[in-house]
Design a protein around this ligand. Structure first.
Ligand code: WTA
Length: 658
């Protein structure tokens, strides 16, 4: 691994005493968690969650790496996110301020949410859905997405939300892997000022003989025409509107699966990460309280993630709703209809907590601080960052121009697999170090290991991040593939270390700095993409013989997808006439069709050879050098060392698009 030094003016930000006086997180929590980790988590679970039946044992790790938390406990996640707030007299509190991209708005109180979730749960049951059945959710960012997830949770049907930007192919793979019985989708959603369709992708995904899907429930959002299959499709309004407004929230076992969420791994096949109910909900609520410092009575919270990613699951749906918070849900993009849209929304709703990704911050930096300066952002009091390392420059800009030099920034490291935040400063407690996620939150334990698996603490030495103790919201496995779970996460450094796949180092103050993935997973605008998945999409095109994909560092998106392809010479097909730019465009669109627009390579270089070792392994390190415009590194292990010259000489043959 290469040493990385981030240069910046060294400036730290101590906690403001006024903030500290009201903060949910405290310094004492670290000591309490360290003294008795299980006791600490048991206390969090009992304090933050309402159990229909209390648990008997906090943790069973005897079947490691398969964990069980809060054993014997029973609860209903939807009851915790909705019903209990209404029962506690907070039914009139707004749960969701919805703002559609075209500017349409809706206000959903906890009482409204309760009614909608009950109706949806009744509707799903009337369609034959029951406990243990899996449901795919493929929706835009509308309140029904939240309602659909909670209705599934209520009846014990694990949901598998598929990001609306994924293609029919990607949706098909996910539906089949989880054997979904039902799909909840919409006619479409609004994206960059236009209605975009969703239902056609569902139709295409199900256009296979042996699908397990029996029903498709369609929400009307845009009003566009949709193809209809009478025996399979039903309108959401037709089943939900007439359904009864009450529904008993039966308690489920603490370890009952709550959801599956697919994420990219090092192979071409996405992994179905699954989470269970009690532990996940406990840590989602706990972290939202102590890291985002949510005070449900007074805060207006906004997480800008899409519900198709884990951030949307934990910090739009389960964490904030379990805490009874009021939040903003925004359907659209930051630049529609203008580049000040987010700041306009913050001003309009009086947003107090903003949780977003570094790539967004860097985009706003590029657009210029005069845009946010036109709006009143004085309501903000906490800023959060997630998804990729935030460079100190972006951190400082975020603090100055969005946070008015007063808001603490929490840089939160976690993963789909960890379910909830793991490493982050606590606002009001931690002296903030720009660019560093700093330290595991109370109850979480991390270390950095060297190549041999030995822990070290020296400053500025680069190693691998591992987690050393089970935590409540840890993944319980990979859906249908327990062996892959063990292999991927618990074998690299032996069974006592969870291998996160991230490089990390300590600074001289003991802060942890995350340095990006160490495996073949790329992080593009905070989205995980696997090189193998994009390579297999590329080689599925008739003109491509071989492909190698690398993540090249990119100022805006963190990493950018760069593909090297070797064309087939023997083909005979319609794409044959395409040349140069047209072919590159065709290949980019092909990847979009196979996976989704987010997977489109920024750059595709057509080459005549790929650098391989004598055993035939592609040397991505060298391709990365090319992609990042660096002097090419050591080529002695190449089977044919002239290959790199060939590649360099041939460059310029490819297209580069933003
Ligand atoms: C990266 C997103 C640095 C990391 C919640 C991790 C980060 C992957 C940070 C998980 C951060 C996430 N600093 N890197 N604050 N947060 N990452 O599963 O590489 O979509 O392994 O979960 O994102 O991505 P995932």
């Amino acid at each position: 691994m290469s040493e990385e030094s981030l240069s910046h003016d060294h400036h730290t930000f101590p906690a403001d005493p006024a903030f500290a006086a009201q903060a949910n997180g405290t310094a004492e929590m670290y000591a309490a968690a360290e003294a008795d980790p299980e006791g600490f988590w048991a206390a969090q679970a009992r304090e933050r969650i309402t159990w229909a039946k209390d648990f008997e044992t906090t943790l069973d790790w005897s079947g490691a790496p398969f964990a069980k938390w809060f054993i014997g406990g029973e609860l209903n996640a939807a009851y915790n996110c909705v019903d209990r707030h209404v029962e506690n007299g907070n039914g009139d509190r707004v749960a969701i301020h919805f703002e559609g991209e075209p500017g349409d708005t809706r206000t959903v109180t906890y009482a409204d949410l309760h009614r909608e979730v009950c109706k949806a749960a009744n509707a799903l049951e009337s369609l034959g859905l029951g406990k243990g059945d899996t449901v795919a959710i493929y929706l835009p960012m509308i309140p029904e997405a939240v309602v659909a997830m909670l209705a599934c949770a209520r009846i014990g049907a694990p949901h598998s939300v598929v990001f609306g930007g994924f293609s029919a192919e990607a949706l098909n793979t996910r539906i089949n892997d989880a054997q979904c019985k039902l799909v909840i989708t919409a006619d479409g959603g609004y994206r960059r000022g236009n209605p975009s369709a969703l239902k056609p992708a569902v139709d295409a995904a199900l256009d296979h003989a042996q699908t397990t899907v029996e029903k498709v429930v369609v929400i009307r959002r845009t009003g566009q025409d949709v193809a209809w299959n009478d025996s399979r499709d039903v309108w959401w309004d037709d089943v939900v509107a007439p359904a009864a407004e009450t529904h008993e929230a039966v308690a489920h076992d603490s370890e009952h699966p709550l959801f599956i969420l697919y994420t990219s791994g090092t192979t071409g096949k996405p992994k179905g990460i699954f989470h269970t109910t009690g532990g996940y909900l406990t840590q989602a609520a706990y972290t939202n309280a102590i890291v985002h410092d949510v005070h449900p009575e007074t805060d207006l919270y906004w997480c800008t993630a899409d519900i198709g990613w884990v951030t949307g699951h934990s910090y739009i749906v389960y964490g904030p709703l379990a805490n009874g918070a009021t939040q903003l849900l925004y359907e659209g993009t930051p630049d529609t209809p203008h580049q000040g849209r987010w700041w306009e929304l913050i001003q309009k709703y009086g947003v107090t907590i903003l949780y977003t990704a570094p790539t967004a911050v860097r985009t706003f930096m590029k657009w210029g601080h005069d845009i946010p300066e036109k709006f009143d952002l004085s309501s903000l009091r906490v800023l959060g960052s997630v998804g990729e390392p935030i460079n100190p420059e972006a951190w400082l800009w975020y603090r100055k121009y969005i946070g008015g030099d007063r808001c603490p920034i929490v840089d939160t490291w976690w993963q789909t697999e960890t379910g909830a935040i793991m490493i982050s400063p606590l606002p009001g407690v931690t002296t903030l170090e720009p660019g560093s996620a700093q330290k595991p939150i109370p109850g979480v334990n991390a270390q950095i290991l060297d190549d041999e698996g030995k822990p070290f603490t020296e400053a500025e030495r680069v190693g691998y991040l591992v987690l050393t103790k089970p935590w409540p919201s840890m993944l319980r496995g990979i859906w249908g593939d327990p062996e892959r779970y063990r292999q991927t996460y618990w074998s690299r450094f032996g069974p006592e270390y969870y291998f996160a796949g991230d490089g990390a180092k300590y600074d001289k103050d003991g802060n942890i700095w995350l340095l990006g993935r160490v495996d073949d997973v790329m992080n593009v605008s905070g989205h995980r993409m696997s090189t193998a998945e994009i390579e297999s999409a590329l080689v599925s095109h008739p003109r491509v013989a071989e492909a190698a994909v690398v993540g090249a560092s990119d100022e805006m998106t963190g990493q950018a997808i760069v593909a090297f392809v070797i064309l087939r010479m023997d083909h005979d097909d319609e794409a044959e006439h395409l040349d140069g730019d047209a072919l590159v465009k065709e290949l980019r669109n092909h990847v979009a069709k196979e996976i989704g627009p987010i997977a489109k390579p920024r750059t595709i270089m057509v080459v005549s050879e790929l650098p391989k070792t004598r055993s035939g392994k592609i040397m991505r390190r060298l391709l990365k050098d090319v992609a990042e415009g660096r002097e090419i590194g050591d080529v002695t292990t190449l089977a044919d060392s002239s290959v790199m010259n060939l590649i360099k000489d041939g460059l310029g043959a490819g297209g580069d698009e933003g």
